[in-house]
Design a binder for this molecule. Structure first.
Ligand SMILES: *Cc1c(COP(=O)(O)O)cnc(C)c1O
Length: 668
């Protein structure tokens, strides 16, 4: 049965603030509720701010200054980009969902801090629930009573979730080495997988899989069950021999035979990965960029690199797959990465797999039944012309087998910033390797022995990178996931509409390319996987990439955010990015440059600049095809774009004002 998506009409404030009444009524009602809550706490206490204070000159003066500054603020805010309009198809952002917006606004006055349950009223439990909801969407174990239940929590954004992934995975990969040292120091005898732990060399220990590292830690703990003194001595020895205690330099100095590890990720990596490597002292030289094929990781090249690493004894800390690249929305073949992980683990090269699904994580909702089961591909396909390709389907289905995932609620979760990102790991015990003991915030460690999952994570700050964090953000995500569960019939309707609109845009661009043949080369360099579409333009006969960029940039000048221009004067918004042909595989490079007429067939073709300008569209608005008013904004956009292109072709500027080099890539 086709789900009825008309509930979406109640889900946003709306481009015309159509749901103004609903929004205002709920907001006022629930803010008043907060006021009564304050008054009902010891109502007999006299109000510390006396009523006559309002007559003080200083009070009156303050209020008028406050009003003035707030008005100046709203004046500034009115220059914002109209993200709620179906005329906006630029960056990865849209009108936030009303449930999240309201929940966040009404929670803020309570000011909960989700660093620990002491500071957070009820919102920390909501954050733990959000982690479980996301785990369910991804296919991870999500029964908190299960020993291997997943764990997830919110971060300020995908960037910090990526930092955290690398932080946890590093701790876990190095843990078996520290365990071996601690076992030696404490003169213990531990047998693991049928062998004495002492007999393992550094290479073998580093190459234990994530699951084996967890199992090894549990084996040691079980062996010391009931002997508190022994356990304490062991934990102390473990602590003082971990990489987190010694630092990379001393740790590797002590383990001279172990080379520093690498992290493998596609060239399309978001720049947060470079920052993560710098931050953890791994050095971004050790972030090895894999070539791509159609902006998806080339897994043959990955396999070759793994093989080289294995033969040269270079440890691989993690392979990171990208589910929805920032520039093109393309999905790495996660299933292939998982297959390689399993195969290489057998061959003694064990690495973790993280998926950066900051953009594409919520696409998984489209693949879930309400029961939580994975939908068959044929069923998902029914709503689309092209989506999902077999590769896209397999990639999403394979999420359940990876070790950890980054998902951004502020992107395809349509949530307001604050609940920017989320880090989810397949097994909550992975967080043991980073747990902090902070007695002044948290409970007595002795109580932890029999802690439940929930009691443990109510001390959230012990397990995560960040400290104080907004409980209001957790409330926003929780209420959104409750009102729009993460399955195809509810939240999944949003990515469904946005992918349908993208398929429409794709078809229209192809038509435009045919109409403009002979005048302008209109070329989609990479087939889209989801709801992002990039397109490049070059006037026919032109072979200068600089000239092409200048042309495309002059067209883009009508579509970009320009604070100097009145908003109403702008028809549509898109975004842009730069493509670096020399970073592509040679066949792909010539395919694209050829289609754009920059080089002839079978020519190496040296360009006069190293990048080409590409128009980028992110389609998130559910009303891009307004059936009630019969306005097809996607089609209107395409005719607008076509007229801009024709106009630019007919009226080239006298002098070159801009060669297109000033327009950087997108930094979402
Ligand atoms: C957006 C994005 C990020 C960074 O997320 P922020 O929320 O902006 O910090 C990381 N990786 C990918 C693939 C992204 O699209």
């Amino acid at each position: 049965m086709k789900p009825d998506a008309s509930f979406l009409n109640a889900c946003f404030l709306g481009a015309y603030a159509e749901n103004n009444d609903l929004f205002e009524r709920l907001l006022v009602e629930l803010l008043r509720d907060h006021i009564y809550w304050r008054r009902n706490f010891h109502p007999d206490d006299p109000p510390p701010i006396p009523p006559f204070a309002q007559q003080d000159a200083a009070y009156v003066d303050f209020v008028s200054r406050l009003r003035h500054e707030l008005q100046m603020l709203t004046a500034r805010l009115k220059r914002s980009t109209p993200l709620s309009s179906p005329r906006y198809m630029g960056h990865m952002v849209s009108d936030p969902l009303l449930p999240g917006l309201l929940a966040q606004m009404i929670t803020i006055p309570y000011n909960p801090n989700n660093v620990s349950s002491d500071a957070s009223a009820g919102t920390i439990d909501l954050e733990i629930d959000v982690g479980l909801q996301l785990a369910r969407m991804l296919g991870f174990p999500h029964d908190e009573a299960a020993p291997n239940c997943a764990f997830g929590h919110l971060t300020s954004g995908g960037t910090v979730a990526n930092y955290e992934a690398l932080w946890i995975l590093r701790a876990l990969k190095y843990l078996p080495l520290a365990i071996q040292t601690a076992v030696n120091v404490c003169h213990l005898e531990v047998t693991f997988n049928g062998r004495l732990l002492q007999s393992y060399d550094d290479w073998e220990l580093f190459n234990l899989s994530v699951d084996s590292a967890i199992a090894l830690a549990e084996t040691c703990r079980d062996q010391m069950q009931g002997d508190t003194a022994k356990l304490r001595a062991f934990l102390e020895a473990l602590e003082s021999n971990r990489i987190e205690t010694l630092g990379c330099i001393d740790f590797h100095h002590a383990r001279g035979a172990l080379k520093p590890p690498v992290i493998l990720i596609a060239q399309t990596a978001h720049y947060s990965w470079r920052k993560a490597c710098k931050l953890l002292g791994l050095g971004h030289n050790h972030l090895r960029l894999m070539p791509t094929d159609g902006m998806r990781m080339d897994t043959d090249a990955l396999e070759q690199t793994l093989s080289t690493c294995a033969s040269q004894h270079v440890p691989v800390l993690a392979v990171v797959g990208i589910l929805g690249t920032t520039e093109y929305g393309t999905l790495d073949p996660i299933h292939e990465i998982v297959r390689l992980r399993n195969a290489w683990n057998q061959k003694g090269l064990g690495f973790a797999v993280h998926v950066d699904a900051a953009w594409g994580g919520y696409l998984a909702s489209l693949f879930r039944e309400e029961s939580g089961d994975l939908r068959p591909r044929e069923q998902v396909r029914q709503a689309f012309h092209y989506f999902p390709s077999a590769r896209v389907y397999e990639a999403v289905a394979a999420l359940s087998a990876v070790d950890s995932v980054t998902v951004d609620p502020h992107k395809l979760g349509y949530l307001p910033y604050g609940s920017g990102g989320a880090f989810v790991c397949r097994d909550h015990r992975m967080t043991n390797s980073v747990a902090e003991d902070v007695p002044y915030i948290f409970t007595d460690p002795e109580h932890r022995i029999n802690q439940t999952y929930r009691e443990r994570f109510r001390e959230l700050g012990r397990f995560i990178l960040e400290g104080s964090k907004p409980g209001a953000a957790a409330a926003a995500v929780y209420v959104t996931h409750r009102t729009l569960p993460l399955d195809h019939a509810h939240l999944g309707q949003l990515p469904q509409l946005s992918i349908q609109a993208t398929e429409h845009l794709y078809d229209l661009m192809k038509n435009m390319a045919e109409r403009l043949a002979g005048l302008i080369h209109v070329h989609i360099p990479f087939e889209p996987d989801s709801n992002l579409l990039c397109v490049a333009f070059n006037p026919a006969g032109n072979t200068s990439a600089r000239h092409m960029n200048a042309f495309a940039y002059r067209v883009y000048a009508h579509l970009r955010v320009d604070r100097a221009r009145p908003l109403q004067a702008q028809q549509f918004f898109s975004s842009s990015t730069l493509l670096y042909p020399d970073s592509l595989a040679p066949t792909e490079r010539s395919r694209i440059l050829n289609a754009l007429g920059l080089i002839g067939p079978n020519q190496p073709g040296v360009l006069d600049t190293n990048s080409i300008f590409v128009l980028r569209h992110t389609l998130m608005n559910p009303w891009l095809r307004d059936s009630v008013n019969q306005i097809d904004y996607v089609a209107e956009y395409c005719s607008h774009l076509e007229s801009l292109l024709r106009r630019e072709l007919d009226h080239p500027p006298s002098g070159e004002q801009n060669d297109g080099t000033c327009s950087g890539g997108c930094h979402e």
